[in-house]
Design a protein around this ligand. Structure first.
Ligand code: NAD
Length: 476
């Protein structure tokens, strides 16, 4: 049974600590597992953005004047408030974008708590002031931050922005993805209960074209922090340029996973599928390209085919499900199109394939898919698919592997499997912002962001807080 989330429908935005009515136009939030409308949100306008920005501007001096220690303790309270709402957040994410409920509890609802807590913990050590020669260098808040976020990890992508932005003393206007906006409502409630003052955190719902561009172009927004596709990142850069505002871009990826000849293959295969297919492959850092020695290609493909059998596709509310539907019908068409393209371009389909899954035709369900012997220059190896589609690419030697890994427009992250020092030597040659060696775990205080067209900034940890500060040098 699919629970309804009508109670999370809202007729208004969250501005200056209160629900503020929209103009009556609404956007439906659709459950991709069933096609049912589970909630509605207002379709915001430029006037709604004006109101939210005015509230954020008015709250800015007061919030900036509180010390980092006080802001850190409020952010820790926010983490606690969200932790108490774990089940409600998880249910909302599962309903709006189809994440399996176990992943929703642990990841979608759990990671943001870890990020908020870790960010609060940075306040003591952060260099708020520094002596350089005869200068006192002060890190100050940028001012009003506009945050524009995607649907794939809806609360996590918001938290990696608002926790550091608030810690640094900024105020925020958030536009969550219209496809997965329900946790923003829960976040606003949690922020209020945590003691974040009215106007410091505001939410305006709506489309990217209208609300997103109104934020990006607003003369009183000092910085836009955007996570989403490279295409939209470029558009936001153009729109924001008229006011020369600070821009933080976290964009797409096409991560390579390099399996070296001294890798533990069982481990590499299991970790690869777990990563590439988590969240239905709808992750910016998904290891979508597995680069393997040509001499081991067939053996590794056989191991992948066996390991793939453990991935059940089904109802995301069932705790046994590892892969739910994709987040929307639009996503389904896009991913299905890429699977068809891979076949047309001559890649060897060894797992999955295009089309609806018998018995699951009612939702945006797709087969997890593996292509072998993929040409590294082909469309499926170069473009971000954002679905559970793994391309296995054979390489001749390590120089060739590094060349393939670095050959896309993206540079978000990568993985290397092999003997530790060997893997580290390869990691240094990759033009990416993060590298995972032998399936190492995620670190919520390590800088996260991309080279090349994967972005121009870093989130999380100390680097993430620095993003949301201006530098002032006082000579004396
Ligand atoms: P998207 O770019 O379509 O949308 C992201 C956000 O931008 C949404 O809130 C959307 O409404 C808004 N938007 C759309 N057009 C806009 C415009 N013209 N002006 C202002 N805002 C606009 O991305 P998506 O489909 O929601 O998310 C998937 C993409 O996000 C993938 O490319 C993925 O790699 C990327 N992503 C990157 C990271 C990262 O940290 N680098 C993390 C998660 C997702």
């Amino acid at each position: 049974m699919t629970p309804t989330h009508e109670h999370l429908s809202t007729t208004g935005h969250w501005i200056d600590g209160a629900i503020v009515g929209g103009n009556g136009d609404t956007i439906d939030v659709v459950n991709p597992a069933t096609g049912d409308v589970v909630a509605t949100i207002p379709a915001g306008t430029a006037a709604d953005v004006d109101r939210a920005v005015a509230a954020a501007r008015a709250a800015s001096p007061g919030w900036a004047a509180t010390g980092p220690a006080q802001r850190a303790s409020i952010i820790q309270r926010l983490a606690d408030e969200l932790s108490a709402r774990n089940e409600e957040i998880a249910q909302a994410v599962t309903a709006e974008m189809g994440a399996p409920i176990t992943l929703a509890r642990l990841g979608h609802a759990g990671f943001p708590v870890a990020v908020a807590s870790a960010t609060a913990g940075l306040a003591d050590e952060f260099p708020w002031t520094e002596e350089i020669g005869n200068s006192l260098v002060i890190r100050e808040p940028v001012g009003v931050v506009g945050a524009i976020t995607p649907w794939n990890f809806p609360l996590q992508q918001v938290m990696t922005k608002i926790a550091p932005a608030l810690l640094a003393g900024n105020t925020v206007v958030l536009k969550p993805a219209e496809l997965a906006p329900l946790t923003a409502r829960l976040l606003a409630e949690a922020a209020s209960d945590a003691g974040i003052p009215a106007g410091v955190f505001n939410v305006v719902y709506g489309s990217g074209r209208v609300v997103g561009e109104a934020i990006a172009s607003h003369p009183d927004v000092d910085m836009v922090s955007f996570t989403g596709s490279t295409e939209v990142g470029k558009r936001i850069s153009v729109v924001a340029s008229a006011t020369v505002k600070r821009l933080g871009l976290e964009l797409g990826g096409k991560s390579a996973n390099l399996v070296l000849d001294d890798a533990d293959l069982d481990h590499a295969v299991n970790e690869t599928l777990a990563n590439a297919w988590t969240n239905g492959g709808q992750a910016c850092g998904a290891w979508a390209r597995m680069l393997v020695p040509a001499s081991r290609h067939d053996e590794i493909v056989r191991m992948l085919v066996t390991a793939a059998k453990a991935y059940t596709v089904g109802d995301p509310t069932d705790e046994a499900t590892r892969l739910g539907p994709l987040a929307s019908e639009g996503q389904w068409s896009r991913v299905n199109g890429y699977i068809e393209r891979g076949i047309a371009d001559g890649a060897a389909l060894v797992v999955g394939g295009p089309g609806r899954i018998p018995g699951l035709e009612h939702g945006a369900y797709i087969r997890p898919t593996i292509f072998a012997n993929v040409d590294p220059d082909s469309v499926i190896a170069q473009e971000e698919i954002f679905g559970p589609v793994l391309s296995v690419i054979p390489y001749d030697d390590e120089d060739h592997a590094v060349e393939i890994a670095n050959s896309t427009i993206y540079g978000l992250n990568a993985a290397v499997f092999g003997e530790d020092e060997h893997a580290l030597r390869i990691a240094r040659r990759l033009r990416v912002g993060q590298v995972y060696l032998n399936g190492a775990r995620f670190n919520p205080i390590a800088p996260f962001g991309g080279y090349k067209q994967s972005g121009n900034g870093r989130e999380m940890g100390r680097a993430g807080v620095e993003e949301f500060t201006e530098l002032k040098a006082v000579q004396r």
